[in-house]
Design a protein. Structure first.
Length: 300
């Protein structure tokens, strides 16, 4: 899998049982990718005592990081480590990702879905700031079968949106092959979102929604035919994207959800939301978010 060659790993702890380290190591073994382990020392030494505590913690992190890096290298994995001082983890991760030319960030996420906040958490900020995909790894288990779920919505005419859906499907397909998993595709549809028509009364509304569902299935079939990617199963559901994606992921026992992350930021992101943020809120499954291409990259 040539796509991911430089992987930045930000685990919650420096041991082999951390899910981010386990996931990154598995991917590196199968692809030959290089791993960079990142540790961040909370560095806001307003007092002498806090400064001393920070230095002591840094020494422990360096020792643990060195042992883990050596263990990975003994296992045949190209690995190095970086330790930085910062009181802003998201900014530190963004800086190291840029400096190391990382094409993927793998980060341990908290085990439970997080309610939406007025101000973004670290994961949401990373999805906004990083140019590379962000893989948030959780410890959720499946039913034993390996399944990767790609979330697409190929209904718009915008070039950027179509490019993002193709990128999501391509990455999900490659990861499914690497991990020996089935590839499932989910597409959420909503009558007003597709047709832009006012609410109608039944039975007209029922006929209208059936037509919308048929259009959604037709557009998805066209999209998959153009992509020439083998898909094991397709799920077309009525509803808002984030809860639909989370529900299907639970139904199939998905190991990973691959989803696009739109370019909204600031108050627009707070008020309108983002599908990747919503999935993070509704699901306890691992998620890989791919940022929407910039206009410059779409035209390339």
């Amino acid at each position: 899998m040539e796509r991911f060659r430089e992987i930045l790993v930000y685990p919650a702890s420096l041991d082999n049982e951390d899910p981010a380290i386990d996931t990154a190591a598995e991917l590196a073994r199968k692809t030959g990718a290089r791993l960079t382990l990142l540790s961040i020392v909370d560095w806001s030494p307003r007092t002498w005592a806090r400064a001393q505590a920070g230095l002591a913690n840094e020494a422990k992190l360096r020792a643990s990081s060195f042992r883990l890096t050596q263990a990975l290298m003994d296992d045949g994995i190209l690995a190095s480590d970086v330790i930085v001082r910062s009181d802003d983890p998201a900014q530190a991760i963004t800086s190291v990702a840029s400096e190391s030319n990382s094409d993927l960030l793998i980060k341990t996420a908290q085990g439970e879905p997080e309610p939406r906040r007025l101000f973004s958490n670290v994961a949401e900020r990373l999805m906004q700031q990083l140019d590379c995909p962000v893989w948030l790894v959780r410890g959720a288990t499946s039913d034993g079968a390996k399944r990767v779920l790609a979330a697409v919505g190929p209904f718009g005419e915008e070039h950027a949106a179509q490019s993002l859906d193709r990128e999501v499907l391509d990455v999900a397909s490659q990861l499914a092959r690497v991990r020996g998993a089935e590839l499932h595709v989910v597409c959420a549809w909503w009558p007003l979102g597709i047709a832009g028509a006012p609410f109608r009364q039944r039975p007209e509304q029922d006929a209208f929604e059936q037509a919308c569902e048929h259009d959604a299935q037709h557009e998805l079939r066209r999209f998959l035919l153009r992509s020439a990617v083998h898909v094991d199963q397709v799920h077309v559901r009525r509803g808002s994207p984030a809860p639909v994606i989370a529900n299907v992921a639970d139904e199939i026992g998905a190991l990973l959800i691959v989803v696009g992350s739109g370019g909204r930021a600031g108050w627009r992101r707070v008020l309108v939301g983002n599908t990747a943020d919503g999935v993070l809120e509704h699901s306890d499954r691992g998620m890989l978010a791919i940022r929407e291409p910039t206009p410059a990259s779409v035209g390339e």
